[in-house]
Write a protein that binds this ligand. Sequence first.
Ligand code: MN
Length: 319
Amino acid sequence: MNYKEIKQSIIVRTEKLGIGNCEENVIHIAFGIDKNYACPLGIMITSILEHNSNVCFHIFADELSIEDVSRLDKTMKKFNCTGTWYQVNPSLFEEFPTTLGWSMAMYFRFVAVQFLYGKIKRLLYMDSDMLCIDELHTLYNIDMEGKAIAGVRDKGLPEGRLERIGHKGDGYFNSGMLLFDVEEWKRMDLFSRAINMLKNEPNRFEAYDQDVLNLLYQDNVFWLPIKYNQDNNESDVYPSDTTIIHYTSTPKPWFAWYYTDGPNLYAQQKARSCWKDVPIITQPRNTREYRLMARTMWRKGSYWLGISWYMQYLIRKIK
Ligand SMILES: [Mn+2]
């Protein structure tokens, strides 16, 4: 599928956010989300802007509420920066595998790189379950030594996955933070190849977009230090050089059953964003989340709430 076809069939419309146009020497950052991730995205963008100027955002989302578009716009205006919302037509991805935690939006990163070809040379793609706590220009301008992508090794790689998916390269990256050489992506025809892999062998993959990208980029990866994709932890304390915190573990920090015994950097960042008045999610969706809610309340010292949620958990468990 060429650029024109993508433009016509996958991007339904575009909407400008923030101020002005992207200038030269800016960092181009893309996100791919569905409407449930608008609040985390806004918090992540706020964290980026608190530590960086000269940023241009490219948001690929199938749907966003008017309210969220307005908050995004306000955030970008406040920090004098530019952004665009590309409304993605999700029909191409509807048949592709998803899970409760990974929606179809994981595939929007493919659209982002493909769509921005011809406009920019490099694209920093980031998940929205992250916080940025330092500058990103060093990363964006890093010497990739001729490699087609840069990423950080995935720490949570399940035993045997590489054999199961047939990966033989020099490492497996986490797809939550990737620096794409956009021209290489196009030259290697990776959009079509990624789509075809998912279409032809949907059962081969366990981490979908991430498995596919790792297979396509085997031995063509510039390995970045862990500070650019640092997993979150319960203590909420990170090495001093950390640039990006990635909330890879469940629960995510916008659920009431998320627990940290540390400073809760995420809640602090939310409080400084245009989403500060948006309530966190308090309704568990399955038995496991009821149990986590009970445990979190108990650990926070809300013993009666803890007991009450535990009773509800038990009732659901025996049902
Ligand atoms: Mn993530």
